[in-house]
Design a protein around this ligand. Structure first.
Ligand SMILES: [Zn+2]
Length: 92
């Protein structure tokens, strides 16, 4: 079992909730780092994806017309559609 302070875990949960992967825009996850024996926030799609960006930042960038990566654009547009479209998204 990985040792982690409760406060650290709460912090990670918060990061996962309000941020997306900086490289692919995917949802983040809390995972174990077997080398360090700790928990870390990371992209479930690739260990090579580093960093994260606030969801708000992605959305605002898109609304300002500055262009978000296609995957995010797709996500935002789907959110505006009625009904549950989550199952149509590639990462679900
Ligand atoms: Zn990623």
């Amino acid at each position: 079992m990985v040792q982690v302070e409760q406060s650290q875990y709460e912090e990670m949960k918060h990061i996962v909730k309000v941020n997306l992967c900086a490289e692919c825009g995917g949802e983040l996850t809390i995972r174990t780092n077997p080398e360090l024996g700790t928990l870390e926030v990371g992209c479930p799609r690739s260990r090579d994806h580093h960093g994260y960006v606030e969801k708000e930042t992605w959305t605002q960038s898109y609304r300002r017309g500055q262009g978000a990566p296609l995957i995010i654009k797709d996500r935002i547009e789907k959110k505006m559609l009625p009904g549950d479209t989550r199952s149509a998204l590639p990462w679900h």
